[in-house]
Design a protein around this ligand. Structure first.
Ligand code: PXP
Length: 255
């Protein structure tokens, strides 16, 4: 039986345009101009991570990104740590979506997703507060049954499955490990969907590894940054985004 697959949205993460800008401390290249170009090139959403150390995106970038996305009617997905001062910033900026990610060692699971199961008492009130303020909250977690059930239990409507370990296993040519992680992502996405969660995925996605991820029928969004921005150096941002879009559509069986 063929399962119908919802269209897979492409969220473009523009953090590393800011990384290049910050290398010189000026205002070029501007990640907001990059977001505008990404939208023109077909991005379905813009993602940016306001890190506690502000190593790339700044508070001012985030405010300008929200203005741009509002004008363009495109969702802004703000990635941030599950800490009180970030919650206050998110409440002020009011992005469409907030994705809670681990930044410190003790917030992570073994592979690197947010330890929602272990931090239920910290994460649950933050999910509630952000939701009450109108954000669609997602939790960046490993494809692990315990974490997925915990995400549903804290009331998050969305999970983003961490694809980083899969990407690394492929780079290491450890195909057995990659396949094991892929199977976990497939069953994790299915479980998330059954629990009523919207399922996204991201981290370390490239033209070469996106296919098997994009084939997972329950996924509705991929968030991709570093590789697209890196390829943009060689082929331009527009081409890098449309090539990624083509890879996703091919895997999905969409024309
Ligand atoms: N999704 C989340 C939750 C992330 O934290 C990141 C990295 O900021 C990405 C997706 C994008 O990962 P990459 O830059 O490796 O494509």
């Amino acid at each position: 039986m063929t399962q119908s697959k919802p269209k897979l949205r492409l969220g473009v993460n523009i953090d590393h345009i800011a990384t290049v800008r910050n290398a010189r401390g000026g205002d070029h290249p501007d990640p907001v101009a990059g977001a505008f170009a990404a939208i023109r090139a077909g991005a379905d959403g813009i993602t940016a991570h306001l890190r506690e150390d502000r190593r790339h995106i700044t508070d001012d970038d985030m405010e300008r990104l929200q203005m741009l996305c509002e004008n363009e009617n495109i969702p802004l997905n703000m990635e941030m740590a599950a800490v009180d001062d970030m919650v206050e910033i998110a409440k002020r900026i009011k992005p469409h979506a907030v994705c809670l990610v681990p930044e410190r060692r003790e917030e992570r699971t073994t592979e690197g997703g947010l330890d929602v199961a272990g931090r239920h008492n910290t994460v649950a009130p933050i999910v509630r507060e952000l939701t009450d303020n109108g954000a669609r909250v997602s939790l960046f977690i490993e494809a692990d049954e315990k974490q997925i059930r915990a995400a549903a239990a804290v009331g998050a409507p969305v999970i983003e499955i961490h694809t980083g370990a899969y990407a690394h296993a492929l780079l290491d040519e450890d195909f057995e490990k990659a396949d094991k992680i892929l199977q976990a992502m497939i069953s994790g996405a299915k479980l998330g969907h059954e629990l009523g969660l919207e399922v996204h995925a991201g981290h370390g996605i490239t033209f070469d590894n996106v296919g098997k991820i994009a084939e997972i029928p329950e996924l509705v969004e991929l968030n991709i940054g570093h590789y697209i921005i890196g390829e943009a150096i060689f082929m331009g941002l527009e081409n890098a985004i449309s090539e990624m879009r083509n890879c996703m559509d091919d895997a999905r069986g969409e024309a």
